[in-house]
Every structure is written in C-alpha cells, then in structure tokens.
Design a binder for this molecule. Structure first.
Ligand code: ATP
Length: 439
C-alpha cells in the first residue's frame, strides 16, 4: 500500500495550468521544438521528467516482468514490414470516427462529442457525417518515395511481440501460460491530440501479451490481470476512488478485442482512459499464421490477454495526484508528494553557505558518497528556504543541510518533504538512515 496523502481537490480548473507550468519551470517537460515556435502537441522530457519516467518504467518492468516466473521481455523495432499491419488488421481497421465543422473546418472525434449539436469550437457550424480516419503514421524507407517504400510507425508495441512469438518460444523454452512484456514508443496520427502529455502522436506504452491455451478459463486470467492493475495503481499512489473501470460496449472496442475494460482516471480535464485491459482472443497469432506445439505434439493457437498502459498518461496521473499546495504562515508551499520510489531525486545536499569552503567541501564529500547509493543532487544556490521549496516542487523526499555543527560535531540536518520535520543525524549513520527511509 502506498503512504501517499491525496491533495484536496480545491485547486479548481487551473490544476492543469499549474502542472504544465511546474513541469516547464522545474525541468520535467518542455514544449517540443520550442525555439522554432513549437510543434503542436509534441513534448520533450527534461532532466527530472526522464528520471520520473524511467522510475515508472523500471517499477512496471519489475512488477510485470521480473517479479514473475512466467514472463520474459522484448524490445522490438518501431518500424516493421507493412505486411504485419495488413495481417493484424491495423491498415484497414485502426481508425477513429472523424467529423469536421462545415464552417470553421475544425475536426473532432465523433465518439467524443455530441455530433447532433453545433460545432464545439465555433458554436455555429454544422458537423459533417462521421467518416473513418486511419491513425497509422506513415513514412518512407530508403531514398525513393514510392508506394513500395511506405512503412508505418507502430501504433502499439504489441505487434512486435506477436510476430516474435516463434522466436520467443523456440529460444526461451516457454510453456503456456506465459507472457511477454515490452516498453517502447508508439505513434498514432491522433485527430484531437491535447491536454498536455495525455494525448500525443508519439507516446510510450508498457504492454504485456499474456498467452494461454484456448481451453483455459480466460475470464479467470483476465480477472487476475485486473487485480495486478489495481495493485499497480496503488504503487503509483493514485486514489482508487478516482479510478473508474468501464466495460467497453460491443461496437466500441478495438477490432481485435472480445472484451475490454478501460481504467479511467479523474483527470482535471475530465474522466479519461488511463489504461486498458483487453482479451484479444487468438486474433493476432491466427492472422500471423503462428501456433504453439503442446507437449503431446498438438498444434494450437494460444489466446491472449493484454494489459496496456501508457507511460506518459501514468506520469500525468501521478503528477495530478501528487501536486499539493499547502498554506503556510505567510507563504504557499507547492509539493509534489510523489511515492518515494518514483521521486526523480531521492536526496538533495546543501552546504548552508556557498562561500565557506570547509562547508562546501564536506557537503561535496557527503554528496559524492551518497550518490553511489541514491540519485542525489547538490544545491548551493540561494538561501536554504528557497532550496527546500525547489526540492519540494520536484518531490525530493529528503534534504540534508551541512552547517557549522557538521564541521564541529559531525552531524547534519535531515529534513523530510511531507512533514517538513528536521532531524539531526550523525554523518557516519547517514547512509543507513536514508537506506531505511527510502526503502
Ligand atoms: P483513447 O480511447 O484515449 O484514444 P485507446 O483506447 O485508443 O485510448 P489503447 O489502444 O488501449 O488506447 O492504448 C493503450 C494505452 O496507451 C492507453 O490506455 C493509454 O495509456 C496509452 N495511449 C494510447 N493512445 C495514446 C496517446 N495518443 N497519447 C498518449 N498515450 C496514449
């Protein structure tokens, strides 16, 4: 269970603005191609954004792959033979319904608005009939731009797993049921990207394809993965009350799915999909002409369940849940109450004054020593109060100040992010103290 307290939702509609601003100000996420006027809905992850995203991915990999006896990992190429997407049905079916305003020509996803009402943008124009718009992002390989050189960026990581099914079973002695986990980029030419990193055209997914025999009880396997997703939501420190599981209706599911549960989250801009869990049957392996030989020599086509999670959406939900404003006596403190395990920086080390060489030298020694065990940051910029605020805003659980007592008594002051409580700790016991606290 996580030990995170949830922020009171008293920040109103501008929570997103505050998060976007904090992300830019503090080096989590920058607008893409900014010095050239930007590229709509493209974002670059800055130093703390990379650390946070890597921590999310590492925690996912640990839970969904390494901690289990029935999982292996894969890292397949982003570009694949176009025949993969002919077989998987993506070229034909991977589309969203698009409507366009006849007056202002703004485009919308027909499943996200009331298509009988006037245009939501100009509030005047009528909307066209919905037509299917394929989301596959196209490019050309090689020097000639011809129909033969067209390839598609993968719209999900999953196909890389399916097409390697034989390689995986041959090389890894895998016995059903087993799963394959993969983390990587996916690309979709979204009609309505937006809401910061929620919906972009380039994003990262963490996916499992879990294979089992056709006569296994798929409902049971589905429910097990549903429980693992609940536990993951808890690991992220998200409030379970803000998660809503929606059984997606017939006709609304992806072309390959017989059952899908969308895990929706109460984002500041509304309740939206965070993750998905789908029963893909044997759709993909069958279409790729792949099978599995049982111990008694029978050829079967395994079925498959897919928990699919977005890295960027996980990070956004995490930021929304962790962002906290606390009223102090004559100040407001902004704190990212991130789960300790996911915080980008674990320990910040401050010399009290930067113009006192013995203090700086001792602080640097402590920093270099702790750095071997934890992700640390050295900060000697501005007064200590300001440094605390900065670390609070990036969610650093512990700040250590090296002062004159440190020189005399070999002690430091350790300040904890959430309680702001300070403790005096002997330098020689510091590493053990932090190891226990950071576990
Ligand atoms: P939506 O209905 O929001 O378009 P989807 O149902 O098409 O999502 P899936 O195909 O189930 O999404 O993809 C699995 C996961 O990948 C999603 O739950 C989400 O976390 C992430 N994801 C999908 N599309 C995007 C995107 N454009 N930007 C960021 N993350 C995405």
């Amino acid at each position: 269970m996580s030990n995170i307290q949830h922020p009171k939702s008293n920040m109103g509609d501008n929570l997103m603005e505050k998060i976007v601003s904090l992300c830019k100000r503090r080096g989590f996420v920058f607008p893409g191609s900014e010095i050239y006027g930007g590229l709509a809905n493209a974002w670059d992850y800055g130093p703390y954004g990379v650390l946070l995203k890597n921590n999310i991915k590492a925690a996912w990999w640990q839970k969904f792959v390494l901690d289990r006896d029935d999982m292996v990992g894969l890292d397949a190429a982003l570009l694949m033979n176009t025949k993969v997407y002919e077989a998987s049905g993506h070229l034909k079916e991977f589309s969203d319904p698009l409507v366009e305003c006849k007056a202002c020509h703004e485009r919308f996803r027909a499943d996200q608005i009331d298509i009988t009402a006037p245009c939501p943008a100009c509030r005047k124009g009528q909307l066209t009939e919905a037509k299917q718009f394929n989301l596959m992002l196209k490019t050309f390989l090689g020097p000639v731009e011809s129909p033969e050189s067209v390839v598609y960026f993968r719209p999900e990581t999953a196909q890389g797993i399916f097409v390697n099914f034989k390689n995986l079973t041959d090389t890894m002695r895998l016995k059903l049921p087993f799963g394959v986990g993969q983390i990587g980029k996916a690309f979709r030419n979204e009609i309505t990207p937006g809401n910061f990193i929620f919906r972009t055209r380039e994003f990262e997914q963490m996916e499992v394809e879990y294979f089992f025999a056709p006569d296994d009880d798929w409902k049971n396997i589905f429910e097990n993965w549903q429980k693992i997703m609940h536990s993951w939501i808890d690991d992220l420190g998200l409030n379970a009350e803000q998660i809503h599981e929606v059984d997606v209706e017939d006709g609304q599911r992806a072309h390959y799915s017989q059952k899908t549960i969308d895990f929706e989250y109460d984002f500041p801009f509304g309740r939206k999909e965070l993750f998905g869990l789908a029963y893909r049957t044997n759709f993909d392996l069958k279409n790729h002409n792949l099978n599995y030989t049982t111990d008694d020599g029978q050829k079967i086509i395994p079925h498959c369940i897919e928990p699919s999670l977005g890295v960027d959406r996980s990070m956004l939900a995490l930021l929304c849940s962790a962002y906290t404003e606390e009223e102090l006596e004559n100040d407001t403190r902004i704190v990212l109450k991130l789960p300790i395990k996911l915080a980008p920086i674990k320990v910040a080390i401050f010399p009290l004054l930067k113009n006192k060489p013995p203090l700086v030298e001792l602080a640097k020694n402590i920093f270099h020593d702790l750095k071997k065990s934890f992700v640390c940051e050295f900060d000697d910029n501005g007064n200590v109060g300001k440094r605390y605020r900065r670390q609070d805003e990036i969610g650093t659980p512990f700040c250590i100040t090296i002062d004159f007592d440190s020189l005399e008594k070999q002690t430091v002051t350790v300040r904890e992010r959430d309680t702001m409580k300070q403790e005096i700790i002997e330098i020689e016991k510091l590493k053990d103290y932090l190891t226990k606290k950071l576990q």
